[in-house]
Design a protein around this ligand. Structure first.
Ligand code: SF4
Ligand code: SF4
Length: 487
């Protein structure tokens, strides 16, 4: 389910332009010029038939980058007005994802299609296979009547030449909860009653047509103010860049953040409380407990699988604990969580301690726009270094291992991991809730992204390679046992 977002380059270019526009003397007017600067007169189109269509798609990406929903755009409002509205808003209201209409229209709806491989053969096995009489032969070639076709795919297996193909819609394929589909205008629509903010469609769309509504302007404005702004960096960042986390933290201070705190510091508290909670629940005879730190999993339960609610740990997430630590340590500060995950942006909007969320992609754009070279940054000194176990929260298996390490040996924890919330995994979780039993283990760790947070929708590295780097970052942490002795 997880993959590196292949369209990241174009998105990043747009985000870089937004940041540069913000830093320019004529902001917000400068935002209006972004599509024209990215596709100047007489330039060649890169993805579409003409630069006008590309400018239209860039304009919509800027709207999302300024934090607004493209669905609500009337095509008349100037980008500079959107920028003014971004400066004036207090919070990002509504859903965190938005579809870029002009980009999405390039992708054809799901259908069965006869390719040029069709030989117009004598057997006509495709015609015979279709019980809906949707195929006939015209001019020695099979033709499908789309009004009659039910997309059953029988003709695909019947054809001896593999000449019939099913055209898929990538975002629909990857969505684990059937929350996304094309409408009659050929534009994707998200059913937010079902969407769990897993971000699979964001990384799965080859046109980059699903965007997070960014809070970059809010963050840049906070940085420009006199208020301290604290970046809380997710452990997953440790696997994304060739440079170590310490250099990333320094780069964030060069971009204007006053302090940087590891979200793994909050994860240490999650580990401690989750271990205690597990023991209490076991004593009360509960058959199993699931972890609570994956925001997409929590959204799944709230919206679609409420019967699992009673098995989910009540322990707050590392992001929540870290934000509380930051607000305590740096009074009146603004907190910004930096991570790879759409669902965390949603969680951040609902957590009073978290002011903003920034994706890894947005952080990368910030460094590019401000000409910050990671390799030239020195290592940042974290005031409270976190544990090895907490840093490994970013990898599937990390949370349950950490809880198992923190719990006393007689706690008899047997972990079981759900590595990626696909349809099969959701059915399995439902069956645990339905029977009130999980034969695979008594501590179920659920990670919506395959590989863990290192498989989130704004990653820059493959989960496997990120895992190796995170283990190296984790190895430099303290032992959770040592931290527990001091709590
Ligand atoms: S994959 Fe989905 S979002 Fe992307 S272009 Fe196709 S229909 Fe639109
Ligand atoms: S974020 Fe996840 S749940 Fe929501 S529409 Fe996209 S793939 Fe489906």
């Amino acid at each position: 389910m997880s993959n590196i977002k292949l369209t990241s380059n174009l998105n990043k270019q747009v985000l870089v332009k937004i940041i540069q526009a913000f830093d320019s003397d004529d902001f917000p007017r400068s935002t209006y010029q972004i599509p024209f600067k990215m596709r100047p007169k007489h330039s060649d189109p890169l993805y579409r038939c003409c630069i006008h269509k590309e400018r239209a798609a860039i304009r919509e990406r800027v709207i999302a980058g300024l934090g607004f929903s493209v669905a609500e755009d009337d095509h008349e409002k100037l980008l500079s007005q959107y920028a003014v509205d971004a400066l004036e808003r207090n919070e990002l209201a509504g859903e965190v994802l938005t579809a870029i209409d002009t980009a999405c229209k390039g992708c054809v709806p799901v259908r069965i299609h006869v390719t040029d491989m069709c030989q117009g053969c004598v057997a006509q096995s495709c015609v015979a296979s279709c019980k809906f009489k949707a195929i006939k032969i015209e001019n020695s070639k099979a033709v499908i009547d789309t009004d009659l076709c039910k997309n059953c795919g029988k003709c695909i297996s019947a054809c001896s030449y593999s000449a019939i193909a099913r055209l898929r819609v990538p975002c629909e394929e990857v969505c684990p909860v059937k929350a996304i589909s094309k409408n009659d205008l050929g534009v994707v629509e998200i059913d937010f009653e079902r969407c769990i903010s897993c971000g699979s469609c964001v990384s799965g769309c080859p046109f980059g047509a699903i965007h997070e509504r960014s809070q970059l302007i809010d963050i840049l404005q906070a940085i420009k103010s006199d208020t301290p702004v604290v970046a809380m960096i997710a452990p997953a960042l440790g696997g994304q860049f060739p440079e170590p986390v310490g250099k990333l933290a320094t780069a964030l201070t060069r971009a204007g953040f006053t302090h940087v705190v590891e979200a793994a510091e909050g994860a240490d508290l999650t580990i401690l409380h989750e271990a205690e909670e597990f023991i209490e629940r076991s004593k009360e005879g509960e058959p199993f407990m699931t972890t609570s730190c994956c925001a997409a999993y929590r959204e799944l339960i709230t919206k679609l699988v409420p019967e699992l609610e009673k098995y989910v740990s009540d322990t707050p997430t590392p992001m929540h604990y870290t934000a509380r630590i930051a607000k305590d340590r740096f009074p009146d500060c603004i907190t910004v969580f930096v991570g790879p995950c759409v669902a965390k942006r949603k969680e951040g909007l609902q957590d009073p301690y978290v002011d903003y969320v920034m994706s890894i992609e947005e952080m990368g754009a910030l460094f590019v726009a401000k000409h910050i070279e990671l390799s030239e940054c020195e290592d940042y000194e974290f005031s409270v270094p976190s544990s090895t176990e907490a840093r490994e929260f970013a990898i599937t298996g990390g949370v349950s291992h950490a809880v198992g390490t923190a719990a006393p040996e007689n706690a008899n924890i047997t972990p079981f991991c759900i590595d990626g919330l696909d349809k099969k995994a959701i059915a399995l979780l439902k069956s645990f809730a339905g029977k009130g039993v999980c034969n695979q283990g008594n501590l179920i760790e659920v990670m919506a992204c395959q590989g863990g947070c290192v498989g989130g929708s704004s990653i820059l590295n493959t989960p496997k390679s990120a895992e190796v780097k995170i283990k190296a970052y984790g190895a430099k942490g303290q032992s959770i046992r040592r931290i527990l002795e001091t709590v």
